[in-house]
Design a protein around this ligand. Structure first.
Ligand SMILES: Nc1ncnc2c1ncn2[C@@H]1O[C@H](COP(=O)(O)OP(=O)(O)OP(=O)(O)O)[C@@H](O)[C@H]1O
Ligand SMILES: [Mg+2]
Length: 317
């Protein structure tokens, strides 16, 4: 594709090293014998950047990294050609432990708290964001906030970026999401549970008009689109005057880890290429289907993505 693409930055405030331990028949309160272990650079913002880079987008990443174990992230950024604008903090980036029991088909997650950035670190982050904030540029804000920062940090970031004429996609949850929404991100990507929590109403993919009404209820100054992800039921794009439901083909799922990040990467990568909304939704769902059906991390070739995109049904509601 030769059309000019808009600049793209992923913001990863609470990155994590993912430690996956393979342990069949894992038991608590017992000595277990593991089969293997792998370490990978992760956290939602880093995952979105990696999906974008592997699908041919030029992407920068900023946020915070502990300098003691930055090498695993630096290696990923270098391998994928991701521009590294991460701010280094003293100490080590947190680890998330995943104990995968392939025999019972269950995964146990232990998420450890992240490093707390200092006020000076946050100031440095704002300086980087300011430098990246050319008018029209897209920013992806994904994942939880690190400990110790202001609960409205996403709102502050969105405000700075809006003033600079940039566009933002927000994918977070809980209090960070509620606070950030008030600042008017361009686009929001809640899953059904996150949307439900925001509107305080039970929602079901069997009642799409109910989901659409809940998403419309979030519209505020600045917010142009809400994309609600609904697992195997696909994703719903709600914009003023337009509602699209993108339905994935029936597939055999290997793992749903990172499915939301793949969807966000597919969406924003396609928007940056100037694709229309139905095409963006088709490609975004294709990214997420590639993710849930893959045995390894990462995305297949663009030709495989294009084949999957053809199998995604987009209905106008
Ligand atoms: N079982 C499935 N079959 C087909 N597609 C799926 C399945 N699960 C997820 N997907 C695809 O992945 C997208 C994102 O999944 P989901 O709605 O679970 O996001 P999420 O809850 O935000 O995920 P995450 O845990 O990564 O934050 C869906 O919109 C859909 O396109
Ligand atoms: Mg999610």
């Amino acid at each position: 594709m030769s059309a000019k693409r808009l600049p793209l930055t992923c913001v990863a405030l609470n990155a994590a090293v993912d430690q996956t331990v393979l342990c069949d028949n894992f038991n608590v309160d017992a000595v277990n014998r593991g089969q293997g272990m792998r370490l990978e650079a992760g956290g939602k913002g880093v995952n979105v950047a990696a999906f974008l880079a592997s699908s041919g987008s030029d992407v920068a990443v900023t946020g915070f990294l502990g300098s003691d174990n930055a090498a695993i992230f630096e290696e990923l950024f270098q391998r994928q050609g991701i521009t590294d604008r991460m701010i280094r903090l003293p100490g080590a980036t947190r680890t998330g432990v995943k104990i995968v029991d392939l025999v019972r088909g269950v995964t146990t997650d232990i998420n450890l708290p992240g490093l707390a950035p200092s006020p000076q670190n946050v100031e440095n982050l704002f300086a980087v964001l300011h430098a990246q904030a050319t008018p029209g540029a897209w920013f992806v804000l994904s994942g939880s906030l690190p400990p110790g920062v202001a609960p409205d940090l996403y709102a502050q970031i969105i405000h700075l970026l809006r003033v600079s004429g940039c566009q933002t996609v927000l994918d977070t949850s809980g209090a960070a999401l509620k606070q950030a929404l008030k600042a008017g991100p361009t686009m929001l990507k809640p899953n059904l549970a996150e949307l439900q929590e925001m509107v305080n109403l039970p929602l079901s993919p069997a009642d799409l008009p109910g989901v659409v009404a809940a998403a419309k209820g979030l519209f505020c100054d600045g917010l142009e689109r809400v994309v609600v992800s609904m697992g195997s039921k696909g994703a719903l794009l709600v914009a003023p005057g337009q509602v699209l439901h993108a339905v994935p083909p029936a597939v055999t799922v290997c793992s749903t880890v990172g499915a939301g990040d793949a969807l966000v990467a597919g969406l924003v990568g396609s928007l940056c290429r100037g694709m229309d909304l139905p095409a963006c939704m088709r490609r975004a769902v294709a990214f997420s289907v590639a993710c849930v059906t893959a045995e390894q991390r990462g995305l297949p070739d663009e030709s495989v993505i294009a084949g999957l995109a053809e199998q995604v049904r987009v209905e106008s509601l």
